[in-house]
Design a protein. Sequence first.
Length: 134
Amino acid sequence: MGNKTFLYIGAGILLLIGICLLGYGILNIVGSTYSTANASWFGFGIGFALVGAIFLGGGILLIVRGQAKGPAGGVGDNVTYKIDLPSQTKVEQLKCNSCGGNLKADNVKMIAGAPTVECPFCGTVYQLTEEPKW
């Protein structure tokens, strides 16, 4: 699970607790105004309502944070691969195995974790292999 998932789960929990506390606080405030016997609950009602509002604000803040764009390095960013060719290989000297056309550095790409060449002349795609040095 990603960070956003945890933010949304936390926001849901805070919102649920906040709604419960706010509702309980409002009921205590309203209930304390009907009878003098329950007047002592007025202070508790205000306290519960304030804490509930704080929880609601925290839940909303987590939702806003989840919607915001994260720092660089998140999902969908470009990844740069460095291709380590054998020491004798120079990209300027690479020739296509099929047609013999001269290849440039732009023709070498990483596909499935292996250096691969796509010839701009004949369209052949093949994997670069290193011949044994012995």
